[in-house]
Design a protein. Structure first.
Length: 205
């Protein structure tokens, strides 16, 4: 009879531990699902032009060069952003692409100055219309792919241009690990807020 309380306490502790583990696992799976929603990448990587969105750095640039060399498209389109150092960044992007094996004459720049992904989509829509592109392959960071797809499809779809999106490989952001870093939380929450803004009719950002 004296062992009964000990067994009861031990049983309650085991239930607490198992319940806590299930809760943690459930939260983790929800966060993975959120990451999987944000990261969208098409298996068909063929288009009239590769669109390399600005601000991604070497990993994004390397992905565009890799796709070009794999024959995804014969042209790479760069977008122009405003702000300090934007011209230098554009020049550096061109330099990295050339070093990656892309001939400079096969790199174009969309006209206009963008302050958001929406602006970049509008830039590319104008270029696609004048250049006669029927499809584009947008290259960006994994967490940015869903929002880029929504905005580019909205702008280029009206011109009859097919939009495909590719998430840069070798990127630190992955659906199963983003929640383990402060930067992962920052970019994920930012994307969710901006996608929410798009749903509410706001296109900037």
């Amino acid at each position: 009879m004296t062992n009964q309380p000990e067994k009861t306490v031990g049983g309650c502790f085991a239930k607490f531990v198992s319940g806590t583990l299930l809760l943690v696992a459930g939260i983790y799976l929800i966060l993975v699902f959120i990451g999987m929603l944000l990261v969208t990448s098409d298996s068909n990587k063929k288009a009239d032009a590769i669109v390399l969105l600005s601000g991604g750095g070497k990993v994004r640039n390397a992905e565009a060069a890799r796709l070009f060399k794999d024959g995804a498209a014969e042209t790479i389109v760069l977008t122009q952003t405003s702000g300090r150092g934007s011209i230098a960044t554009l020049s550096e992007t061109r330099s990295q692409l050339v070093k990656g094996g892309v001939p400079s004459y096969q790199i174009q720049t969309a006209t206009g100055t963008a302050t958001s992904t929406y602006d970049e989509a509008r830039q590319v829509a104008k270029l696609a219309k004048s250049a006669g592109f029927n499809s584009v392959l947008v290259v960006t960071d994994p967490y940015h792919t869903l929002r880029a797809r929504i905005l580019f499809a909205g702008e280029l779809g009206t011109e009859g241009v097919k939009v495909r999106v590719v998430a840069a490989r070798d990127h630190w952001y992955q659906p199963v690990t983003w929640m383990f870093s402060q930067e992962g939380w920052r970019v994920t929450l930012t994307e969710l807020v901006k996608i929410g803004g798009i749903i509410l009719g706001m296109r900037g950002g």
